[in-house]
Each structure stands twice: as structure tokens, then as C-alpha cells.
Design a protein around this ligand. Sequence first.
Ligand code: CUA
Length: 354
Amino acid sequence: MWNFPILPESASSVAPDYDFAFWYEVAVGVFFTLFVLVLVLGLANRYRRGRQVDRSHPPTHSLKLEALWIGVPLVIAMSMFGISAVLYIKQFSPPGDAVEIPVVGKQWMWKLQHPEGKKEINELHLPVGQAVRLKMISQDVIHSFFIPAFRVKQDVLPGRYTEMWFRPTKIGRYRLFCTEYCGTDHSVMGGWVEVMSQADYERWLATEQAGESLVEEGRRLFVLNHCAGCHGENATVQAPRLEGVYGRPVPIQVGDRVEFVQADDRYIRDSILLPKSQVVAGYQPIMPSYQGQLSEEDLLKIIAYIKAIGNRPAPGPAAQPQYDADRGIQPAVEVPGYDVDKPPGATLLPEQTR
Ligand code: CUA
């Protein structure tokens, strides 16, 4: 048998959909290429010089023909748009059960860490059927994470988190690539995704020392870097409490107004590296920057920790107000002098700030 695969193996939940879109567009392209070619050759032959054919009364227009060549391409183009739009929406809607795995790209390797704490370089072990959401960032130049068999690819940028999700559907070993030219060893910046049965995966997780979980490491860094000194329970300095902040709108002082921003990964990362850029309303800009002191991996761990304490209400007087749909946006942290019932006039909805 000849071995000439046109497409890589199809091993994720979205792969068949992407393949359908691909073959559909190829089919349309091939059909019209042949259609035009046949017409060109046929008509050139029929009306070639010296041929005895009726050349009188050439038609000046045909409404039917016009309607056809406007209508048919319109329907075909819109169907392509429809298929792509559905895929695009799918691509940016990770399922709720997706496990988040942080990925750091650097010249020239991929560093990944499982929530349980296990670290991997240029390899990713996964149980089959488990949806995975990669939260990715680069610590130097632009890279791009590509798993052909899963039909997923996403740029990995310095200074900004990007995400990508997939659900592997077939046990096997699949190539993973960096697909953005990133320097001398770009071509070797790749590895393997190993999709295993649930039992094999658990066995794999259990082997070797996994160390602390991601959240546990984040908590340790939180204390080690003196974050807890100001944001912790027994803090003497006035700083916003972080319990319950993740995913909630935070009031930010902008001039003499208060605006709301969503406390997402980007916001927390910025708050650590550029604390003066967005100061929580009612607080002094006294937090020092941690630029250059924390690696991208450290930042991901600290964010994982802050996220983990996100659903836990803060104890004591700084307890979180419960989110109340009727009352609209409420601060995720308690702001002295800020009245929940009378939100300031010029505020942004959390969606608008993203
Ligand atoms: Cu990293 Cu190419």
C-alpha cells in the first residue's frame, strides 16, 4: 500500500467538522475550476476561426443566466460562511468540564503543568475524552501551539494570555509543533501529545513525585513574595482582599470616576506586574511592581491560586456582598466610600471592558 496521507489523523471532537469544511471548500473549488475549464475549451473549439457556425444575433443579455450566476455563488459563499462561523464559535466556547492546563512557550520549548502539579516539557499526557483548555503565554517571542491531529492552533504571545481548547477522541500519540518562526531552533520546538485511556492516565499521574498542586504552589508563592502580607487575612496594610475577586467586576479609579473591569487572568497579571495601571477604587497606589521577579510560570501559579480562592467568601469584615442580579454590578472587593446602591454614573459593564 502507498503511504501518502493528505490529512493528519483526525483525533479530536472538532476534527471531523474542520475536515468537512476543508473538503467542502475543496470540492466547490474543484467543481468550478473544471466547469470553467470545460466551458473555455468547449466554446473555443466551437467558435474557432473557420468553423461554420451561426454567428448572427449574439445575445445581449439573459436575465435567467444573470440570476443564476448571482444566486448560486451567493448560496455557496453563504454556506461557507455559515460553516466557518459555527466552527469559529465552537473554537471559542470551551465546555464547562474542560481542565485548564497552563502552557509557557520559550525559545525553544513548551512547558506545561497539570493542575495536580505534574510538569511536562514538550509532552502532554491526557486521558481520552477529557476536554482540555490551554492557557498559554510566551516568555520571549511569538510562538504558536499546533496539534494537527486535533485541528487546533493558536498563537502564543509574550505579555498576553491566549486560550485554546480541544477534546481528544482517540488514544494515540500525536505530533505537536511550534508553527510560528521563532528563531534558530524553531524547527525542533515541538513534541508529542499522548492520549491515554483513563486508567493508563491515572497510572501515569501516580508515577513519580508530582509535587504540589498548581494551586498549592501558587499559594506558596503568594506567601513567599509577601503578597499575603498586604492581601492576606491578618494584613496590616490596607489592600483589597482577593477572595472571590476572580471573574468578578472590580471597581477601578479612573480620574474622578469609577469604572469596572473584569478580574480575569489578564487583569490579575497586570495588577502584579503593573500595579499602578489599574488601582482599585478607594485604595492607595502603594503596591510595588513584581516585574522581573516572577516568571511566567510563577504568575500562572499565583493566578491559579487566586482563582481557587475565588469561590470562597472572604472571612471577617471584608466579606463579599452576594451578587444580586436586580442590583446590577457590585464591587467584588469592598471599597470604602463606595455605595453599592448608588453606583457612579459613568461605569462600564464588565462585558464592555473586555
Ligand atoms: Cu516557537 Cu517557533
